[in-house]
Design a protein around this ligand. Sequence first.
Ligand SMILES: [Zn+2]
Length: 143
Amino acid sequence: MARGDFKRRMEASQRQMLEWARGRNGADELSGACTNVAVALVIVDLFAHTTWLSILALVLLGYSWFRITSKRVGARSLENARVLKATGPIVPFLANPVGALREARAYVHLTCPSCGQRVRIPRGKGKVRITCPKCHARFEGKA
Ligand SMILES: [Zn+2]
């Protein structure tokens, strides 16, 4: 097989994958969290030897795959937003623990007292005066 031939085949399969992914929901926080929890359950089950943990992991993986491949993008992103709102920082942490830890170490999150908007401030700035990006109220905080 010629080298150019291989490259052409790779490009063709990449095009097919992009074509397949078009119009689908793709990975989001909820599907990422389900996948990571499923992997954790499988690891636990390696030692615990229960059947139901593996079945639960399979169900979570199935649900995650359903979310990633779903063509009803509006409905899926609404569900994702609802779960993110209801669970606070838990789902982003489960979806991407390394990124969430890095975020928590680098920034302080403050809440605007007048509208409830969350504002992100780099850690170690000391006492700061903040103008809320949403309602333009001014308040002080420690970062
Ligand atoms: Zn505000």
